[in-house]
Design a protein around this ligand. Structure first.
Ligand code: SF4
Ligand code: SF4
Ligand code: FES
Length: 803
């Protein structure tokens, strides 16, 4: 659905004697690349606007008396450029001498050594010796620039790539150049720490060793690193990165630009989440619960115990399998095969959050569709927290092209760019979608509701529209599709993206980890199975004898945490497969230790439906196996040795074959069938009680929240938020709480204690509660709808009352 942009006419230019034809306006530095000539640059970066600050890129252009900077000069018809004359060489030597005037020349201990442009260009174009006889100016070294970065001011060449990234790409304007002249320093606007979800990118684009990452400082030299091409699985964007390793350890991750997915950027959650692999909390062997305690067991012992308990439950048809959204495509395929072919049940479901589906049934969009969209509608999802690198595209579209961004949901997220927020109560978005579809279909006059007509008019005025939602509201999604269909009929370009609650939600759905659909969205044989909610409810009622949870933690992330915990306490046998002891695994009778993403190979499918391969970077610890190896071994222990393959390549071949067969039997262009959903109990979410202390609870995501690996990753520790709830000032004064106080929230499933914040985001009667924090699981307050209610009281008062 890409919009056509008019092509620029080509012009002929001659660079170093080679004539080429390039679009008019191409920068000389880019035109030179086309003939293989690399003009040195520092301040220039392909993703940033030309700045012309460092002068290292000087070239000679005929008919121009002075040397010109190649990074900011655009080609014109007949231009003749010389990039390596004696004049150019002398100018570069002068620029380098200037840049090195006060440089500490500490390459032997600098992390950038071996991949530093200053080092490289000095070797290629520098004078070889300094003429400086005066002492050098000394600036601060080891400046703590925030949770992720250390700044060495002496190494900084003031190219401003970092400040320009922060300004032009992140649109956050945290970083500035403070002071003047030779005293200039990189600093933050408010003098505090540099806190950005994208801070790690500045360490990569800094052309020297001035910005280094705390996670990687002094850990390795570039030439000692092994490299594996991988894909981030921390969210459903699926950014591409490289895993750099040494001595079998992951040292760092590094961008691996894919313009169609990540545009060359990573968020810090994706970049820095790997040290949990080396945390003492990492599971390194199976555990079996005996006499009420988890005790280490051999792999074979754990398999035998699990098989002994699962066999009778499967024979009785009383078993369920939960998970898949955090596995690879191959492993998700293996998991549903294990459920169906080994346990004989369709009770398998990847949905362990509020998400109900991962792929739009129709009108699927790609990430690059955001780049030329006129209007982006975001429904109920919070892209800065849940899909950060997608959010960079949104920011660029709004700030650089003037695209409109409209957010529809219960509260206004923090966007650093202009956003039109349409406040809509929790749980009511389906109704709004329906009204919008009707209004667009029948025309503006038909609507009695002013703001609905206004949104509808904006839709009608836009040529290209991308809608982003969280796959939570099935009725809303159907209405959205109807709206899109109407717009498409009138020649609008439309597309939908579903932001997954787990990194591989879409891959798990496509691989068949849902109760009514097999691989490739084929209808299942026999009766569709139970959804996650239905399995948990059945287990809590004693109607299921065994549950298997693989790479999922519904006790913390499930919409109804009370139900999940009741299920795990009541079910006869619970098996968990995970990386660390999660809130769910802590209830299990057998826990298998699983390999992490860096310790296996496979594919993962991002929110666009793009399947991407990732390579194995390091070996798993001894005693730790991939999920498919565990499932294949368990299948053998259950007497079905060939039912599930352990090998990722073989699984991939089988998955492709199953998908091809499903696609062949589905009518062309037919909408994808939806995974079945459990009937949600009616919500109390809309029953705002503005007179008492009872408030509607709306969970809010945070990039660094989460249990499991995220809670045990030392690289994320400083960034992790403390549990909090935000109240409107009206509610805060009515209840009598002030910001910073501890409050107790009591809902239908229990109580949590959090810090009170007061802000203008929540509507009156709604408390925004940080989601997925093991210290204060907000899902105790929620229902299956994903919303809930709670009464609020100060902790001090509550303690007095109970004393
Ligand atoms: S810290 Fe690095 S990126 Fe920033 S201005 Fe200095 S040299 Fe350039
Ligand atoms: S946006 Fe998502 S996929 Fe990309 S680096 Fe961040 S967490 Fe990983
Ligand atoms: S790269 Fe051209 S002026 Fe800096």
């Amino acid at each position: 659905m890409a919009k056509k942009t008019p092509a620029r006419p080509n012009v002929k230019v001659v660079i170093d004697g080679n004539q080429i034809s390039v679009p008019e306006g191409t920068l000389v530095v880019d035109a030179a690349k086309l003939i293989g000539t690399q003009i040195p640059v520092y301040c220039s970066h392909p993703k940033l606007d030309p700045a012309g600050l460092c002068r290292i890129c000087l070239v000679e252009i005929e008919k121009m008396p002075k040397l010109q900077i190649a990074c900011a000069t655009r080609v014109t018809e007949g231009m003749v450029v010389h990039t390596s004359t004696a004049r150019v060489a002398e100018a570069r030597r002068g620029v380098l001498e200037f840049l090195l005037l006060n440089h500490p020349l500490d390459c032997p201990i600098c992390d950038k050594g071996g991949e530093c442009d200053l080092q490289d260009y000095t070797m290629s174009y520098g004078a070889g010796a300094s003429r400086l006889t005066e002492p050098k100016l000394h600036k601060p070294k080891r400046v703590d620039l925030g949770p992720t970065i250390v700044l060495d001011e002496e190494r900084c060449i003031l190219c401003r790539r970092c400040t320009r990234f922060d300004d032009e790409i992140a649109q956050e304007r945290n970083l500035i150049v403070a002071e003047r002249g030779h005293k200039s320093l990189i600093s933050t606007r408010d003098g505090g720490g540099y806190r950005s979800y994208f801070s790690g990118n500045t360490t990569e684009i800094c052309p020297v060793g001035a910005l280094t990452s705390k996670a990687y400082r002094f850990r390795s030299r570039p030439w000692d690193l092994g490299r594996a091409d991988s894909v981030c699985t921390q969210c459903s964007v699926g950014c591409n990165f490289r895993i750099d390793t040494r001595f079998g350890h992951v040292m760092r991750t590094f961008t691996r630009e894919n313009p169609e997915v990540d545009d060359g950027w990573l968020c810090d959650r994706g970049r820095y989440t790997f040290n949990y692999m080396y945390s003492p909390a990492r599971l390194r062997q199976p555990l079996v619960r005996r006499d009420g305690e988890h005790r280490p067991a051999s792999f074979d012992e754990a398999l035998a115990y699990a098989a002994e308990r699962l066999g009778p439950a499967a024979a009785a048809g009383k078993v369920g399998v939960i998970g898949g959204g955090r596995l690879s495509d191959e492993e998700a395929f293996a998991l549903q095969k294990f459920a169906r072919d080994v346990l004989g049940t369709n009770n398998v479901d990847y949905r362990t959050h509020i998400q109900r589906f991962a792929s739009p049934a129709r009108f699927g969009a790609s990430l690059t569709d955001i780049d030329d969209a006129d209007l982006v509608l975001v429904f109920g999802t919070f892209t800065p927290e849940q899909a950060p690198v997608l959010d960079l595209r949104l920011r660029r579209a709004v700030a650089r092209r003037g695209a409109k961004l409209m957010h529809i949901g219960p509260y206004k997220p923090d966007y650093p760019v202009a956003v039109q927020h349409v406040e809509y109560p929790p749980g009511a978005i389906a109704e709004l979608m329906e009204q919008l579809a009707d209004t667009v279909h029948h025309g503006r006059e038909e609507s009695g509701d002013g703001f609905v007509a206004d949104i509808a008019q904006q839709l009608v005025d836009a040529e290209k529209i991308v809608a982003i939602h969280n796959g939570r509201n099935v009725a809303g999604a159907a209405s959205l599709e109807r709206l899109m269909e109407t717009l498409a009929r009138y020649d609008h370009q439309v597309g939908i993206l579903v932001v997954g609650a787990m990194g591989n939600a879409r891959g798990a759905e496509a691989a068949g980890c849902v109760p009514n659909l097999g691989p490739g969205y084929a209808a299942v044989q026999g009766t569709p199975g139970m959804t996650t909610t239905q399995m948990l409810a059945a287990a809590a009622d004693g109607k299921l004898d065994a549950l298997i949870v693989v790479g999922a933690n519904p006790a913390l992330t499930g919409a109804d945490g009370t139900l999940a915990r009741a299920a795990f306490e009541r079910v006869g046998f619970l098996m968990a497969v995970d990386l660390v002891m999660t809130e769910t695994a802590s209830h299990a009778d057998v826990v298998f230790a699983a390999a992490s993403f860096a310790e296996k190979q496979g594919h993962t499918t991002n929110l666009e439906g793009r399947r991407q391969a990732f390579a194995q970077a390091v070996e798993p610890p001894v005693g730790v196996y991939t999920d498919s190896q565990i499932l294949a071994s368990l299948a053998t222990a259950l007497g079905k040795p060939n039912a599930v393959r352990a090998d990722a390549d073989e699984l991939f071949v089988d998955l492709l074959a199953a998908e091809a067969s499903a696609a062949a039997s589905r009518p062309k262009d037919a909408p994808l069938p939806r995974p079945s959903i459990a009937e949600a109990p009616s919500s109390t979410a809309d029953q705002v009680d503005a007179t008492h202390r009872r408030l509607t609870i709306c969970p809010i995501p945070h990039l660094y929240a989460g249990g499991g690996a995220a809670a045990h990753d030392p690289g994320l520790a400083e960034m992790r938020p403390k549990p909090f709830a935000v109240f409107s000032s009206a509610d805060a004064s009515r209840i009598g709480v002030v910001a910073g106080e501890r409050v107790r929230l009591t809902g239908p499933g229990g109580t949590i204690e959090v810090e009170a914040r007061v802000g203008d985001q929540p509507p009156v009667g709604v408390a925004l509660v940080l989601a997925d924090m093991p210290e204060a699981p907000e899902n105790r307050l929620l229902e299956e709808t994903g919303f809930g209610w709670a009464t609020v009281e100060k902790v001090a008062q509550a303690r007095e009352a109970s004393a």
